[in-house]
Design a binder for this molecule. Sequence first.
Ligand code: AKG
Ligand code: FE2
Length: 274
Amino acid sequence: MEPKAENRYVQEEEGLGWGKSLPVPSVQEIVRNDSQIVPEKYIQERKDRPTLDSEFSPNSSEIPVINFSLLENGDEDELGKLDIACKEWGFFQKLSDELAAKLSLLMGMDKEGLKKLYGEMKQAMRLNYYPACSRPDLVLGVSAHSDASALTLLLQDDEITALQIRHKGTWVPVKPIPNALVVNIGDVAEAWSNGVYKSIEHRAVTNVNKARMSIATFMMPNEELEIGPLESMMDDKHRPKLYRKIKYVDYIRHTLERKMDGKAHTEYLKLESV
Ligand SMILES: O=C(O)CCC(=O)C(=O)O
Ligand SMILES: [Fe+2]
């Protein structure tokens, strides 16, 4: 059952000059029709189908949790934890305004570094709605992707574990922590850091019982700015430049024109892809 063409929705990015994203059928329409049958186009290839049984899932409790009040007080251990979280996970939970300042420090600049280079970050928001689904074993709420932002802050439903991140090849569920935001490193921070910090690949699964919503806030540089590795993150001998310079709006257009496909978009930022 393919929803009718007039029910398709196209994200209205035209006004921003970002081009259009790929049209997708409205899931609300499928819910309205009360169908128990999953439309063919949502059924994932076998290799991409989610593992839903938490017994077999790696443990969420290994995901780093950063205490920002400690960071604000200049706690060196917490700053070290943030560095490891960005390098090894590209993903951690909790936040404050200090984040950009701390990342500047970790990337070898003074705490105003990112702000001086990139100005105030812009924010874009996406509200995700995942209806309950009769066959969560066959479909994904959102396919594997990394975010085209510098950083993403995600507010998720405290009661449903649906977000999964790919860590060392396995999908790790991100069990919500009440009152915490999930922060993930996006593609821009991966490019800034010359690949030291990884933009994390993630996806969301659905469940039979309950609809879920999440709110993603994407922190992004001005679209006219060129993104690429920071001088402080390159060194000809040990850390040669791995990412090219590209105007941010061109990168956004590139990602919107193509299907979400794991880290494929990030690859486009790398030098060898030119
Ligand atoms: O709903 C989620 O947990 C993930 C949403 C997401 O990855 C996104 O909006 O980019
Ligand atoms: Fe995302």
